[in-house]
Design a binder for this molecule. Sequence first.
Ligand code: ADP
Ligand code: ZN
Length: 739
Amino acid sequence: MSALTPDPHPSDCFYAEGELVGVLTTQPLDRVLDYKAPEGGCWQGAFVQVPFGPRRVLGVVWGRGRGDWDPSKVRQVQRVLDVAPMRLEMQSFLTRAGDYTLTPMNAMLRLATRAPGLGDPPSMRKVYRRGEGRPDRETDARRRVLDVLDEIGGLALTKGELADSAGVSSSVIDGLVKQGVVREEKSPRDTVFPHLEPGLGGKDLTESQAAAAAVLRRDIGSGNYGATLLRGVTGSGKTEVYLEAVAACLAQGRQALVLLPEIALTAEFLARVDARFGAQPAEWHSGVTMTERRRVWRMVGQGGAQMVVGARSALFLPFRDLGLIVVDEEHDTSYKQQDGVMYNARDMAVLRASINGAQVVLASATPSLESWANAEAGKYKRLDLTSRFGAAVLPEMRAIDMRSEKLPATRWISQALAAAVSDRIAKGEQSLLFLNRRGYAPVTLCRACGHQIGCDDCDARMVEHRFQKRLVCHQCGATKPVPTVCPSCGAEETLAAVGPGVERLAEEANALWPEARLAVLSSDLFGSARALKEGIEAIATGGADVIIGTQLVAKGHNFPLLTLVGVIDADLGLQGSDLRAAERTFQLMRQVAGRAGRAETPGLALLQTHQPEHPVIRAILAGEEEAFWRAEADERRVSGVPPYGRLAGVILSSTDVQEVFDLGNAMARQDGPLRAVGAQVFGPAPAPIARVRGRHRVRLLVKADKGVALQPALAAWAGQFTLKGQLRMAIDIDPQSFY
Ligand code: ADP
Ligand code: ZN
């Protein structure tokens, strides 16, 4: 369907000067453009700079030119960039990922080139290493500098690194340079990453860990594609096991990629890699500086980085020889990118591995139903780690029936839960109170007229954030001060907070345990990834008695002192019509409960619920995971939804509400291309959040049988309509979110 599928060509395809080549650029055009090969010729896959109107833009020689352009107007490639050419596998991955997600190829290329100045000549920086002799005067500071340099042997450091590690000011280094005792040199910025040594040997594995590791090692040894679901409760040693797979991959001289759902997790992981392989891997996520991004991108391409740890976009790095992709916490919803190119990194990891002859390992304590079903169907191998490492045992889980707790309307912590927390505080152990709601209160209501304060640009209530002293829209991020008079009726002092958020829960906890040290862990309360990481570390080492957290705490962090988890509202996720509501609740509750009792002390998880007999709550309490998945799978099979059927969401938006419904209705009527493959279209209906950032939103849902080639039909269907005026259309294949 894409006009860009490259012509079949040999991988060593060279174009002599003047030959026509097709260049894919990052410009918004859904076709390759013809250019003449530059002086000296160029290889297929070469990254090039080409003239585009008055500008120069980045492109990739995608294949032979099409020759359907006036030859006198065809311009020449200006320059071949000094980076490793794009490999055929990558061309094929981008094409197939683009076809799958219905994304134009220029947008795919942008994903694959997200490093600034990637073709610029290597920039230099000053570094310092040991020179000759001793300084004229041996001050303490000077001695420390020389000690550091002696300790690292022949290596060089930047001035900042050297000053930091020696604990001196940079003028001390300048003084030593003047005397030649320290040498200043220029070295390229884009340096090779330190060597990771796969042979160092890891921890002594338990029997079940060793068995799983042996299977993975053998699979890596095959050099072929294969997918494995590595399932194991939190703390069972999944990370230890997949690090063995990484070791096997590195030992083969191939590269490994580990995807983590959240950058706050990387610090802990990097330390483990360092301990296992003697150095840190390359990192790729939003917290990485631009110069470092460029270095990673280039080094990955030329083989100067053996391993990358990163966020989902690391999948689009130009690996020279990728042998293993690990998707840790594979069920995590953050793997689905919800805007721009709407791809699911877990699925794209499997695609990329299959193209590269690589192994993919999906690790989770609570796999997605998709992966569980793929393992059931034999498409993925399944490895299970059944017990926690060492003395740690899974926490006991109990429900607290909130129907019999007569709590006042502004209290959320039941007596039973409060007693358990008090007990832990007395014993010097940590408790976690989990509530998946940021801010102080989800609703601000006028007691006089009933008005609820909403966002001006979205159909969403504004959430009070008391730390920031503002109301915040969780859809668009708009904020405003908390008003003192009702914007609707003008009454004074009638506005009341309704319902709990973590900040309000902290208030209640503070009243209950005034002596205890409280820590609130919510993504909006930390200014940066580093602040968050430091906050988490401080808590993990005992900096708090009671942790109050959103789902941020559910994700893989280690809190060894934690022995009690209280879930404030276990029913929260069960509301709503999302087809994955049960699955998500199950996963989240198991993950959160898994935070308790990771070290020697057994844990307890208390779930406050108004519906203790709900099948999902019962499955959580009973720990009957297989039974839960089987029941959930049966339900989805009957209704023909994923993973047993296919869905695509269409989101139309416009500032003009009439325009957007007109298009929606036309699309529902002209459904011929969909009916041709037996797919059905539902809607249009106003989206659950019907207005975001001033744009009205309408959804259609397309449903098809599992075997149907849905994308070409969707493309033909959507292609019947032109988007006029303010209209936007986004097609979301395998939607995860239905807002
Ligand atoms: P998971 O990834 O399944 O949550 P981890 O690999 O993080 O589990 O293991 C949990 C904890 O137990 C970690 O601190 C890890 O270092 C430790 N651990 C796991 N297996 C072993 C082992 N065989 N020897 C020593 N420590 C281990
Ligand atoms: Zn808003």
